[in-house]
Write a new protein. Sequence first.
Length: 95
Amino acid sequence: MTALIYSLALGFLIFLSITSRMQISVSSNKQLMNKGSYFTIDVPQRNTLPIEPLENWIKSNQHIIRSHSWVTAPLDNFEGSEVMSSSIDNFVSFR
């Protein structure tokens, strides 16, 4: 009987946890849908993004853009790139 009560209580707590996470997710998605969304730009060839005209456009629309940032692609995504690993020992020698 104790095991049954314990498992029911644990199941109820897991149910409450999942439903609260779902409600928070739905609420945040609803706010994004009503007030705006994330603006992303994906460029197939990494070196063809016209940055200066894009920044001018962002500056001219500051009344609708709260903030922006740039996220670069990882270095190993570029063709012909060799990403090397290094450590502090490569640059500083203590003697």
